[in-house]
Design a binder for this molecule. Structure first.
Ligand SMILES: N[C@@H](CCC(=O)N[C@@H](CS)C(=O)NCC(=O)O)C(=O)O
Length: 214
């Protein structure tokens, strides 16, 4: 594999890394993917970005992009074949800020309640509902969050809704979430998502990494 490809440090199950991988894949940008184990982060990743979160993209000129939304924007600036950046940017940012902010806060405390002292999972599930219903309302009017085609906001948000739905089980089968679940299932079963969820072994220094997308 060429040494000049950008390097993408990623973790398969991380929703932030998923959205970055989907943007890189839709743009058709070849990268060298290094699968990270979060409790055993490679020193080269920490040298590139000391905050120690995935995804991290290291470009061939050494520039580092270590926020998933920035990785998405970088990839789509190279090529945006489906026009993901064409949807209303203000609405997209408002939805993504709420997703990454309060919804993610409640998702973590619902899903991993034991990691947060005093967190009551049901309280956090209830607090997350307003965002889910807001999305459901949009999705009962259009097949995607900002219109009839998938765009930046759908891809940035659905990996987190997937995590929530996996943890919430039957709760999400309620009729109130029908449009949201239809949208979620479409994304989870999409060729794009399946293509970025292949399993790769942990990368170790000195190894070649994986050709992505393959
Ligand atoms: N704001 C960052 C958040 C990334 C993030 O928090 N990723 C998690 C994994 S899902 C992580 O790497 N956590 C570090 C750790 O668990 O050690 C982004 O959008 O890229």
């Amino acid at each position: 594999m060429s040494d000049t490809l950008p390097v993408l440090y990623s973790f398969r199950r991380c929703p932030y890394a998923m959205r970055a991988r989907m943007a890189v894949a839709v743009a058709g940008i070849a990268v060298n993917l290094r699968e990270v184990v979060l409790r055993d982060k490679p020193p080269s990743m920490l040298e590139a970005s000391a905050k120690g979160t995935v995804p991290v993209l290291v470009l061939d000129d050494g520039a580092v992009i270590d926020e998933s939304l920035d990785v998405m924007r970088w990839a789509l600036a190279v090529r945006d074949p489906e026009g993901w950046l064409g949807a209303d940017e203000t609405e997209a940012s408002a939805l993504i800020s709420e997703n990454d902010g309060s919804f993610k806060h409640h998702l973590d405390r619902f899903k991993y309640a034991t990691r947060y002292e005093g967190a009551d999972p049901l309280e956090h599930r209830m607090a997350a509902e307003s965002f889910l219903l807001k999305l459901n309302d949009r999705l009962s009017q259009n097949s995607h969050l900002l219109g009839e085609r998938r765009s930046f906001a759908d891809i940035a948000i659905f990996p987190f809704i997937r995590q929530f739905a996996n943890a919430a089980g039957d709760f999400m089968q309620d009729e109130r979430f029908a449009s949201l679940m239809r949208w979620l299932n479409d994304h989870v079963q999409s060729d794009l998502f399946l293509s970025v969820m292949k399993k790769y072994p942990q990368w170790h220094a000195g190894e070649a990494g994986q050709a992505f997308p393959d």
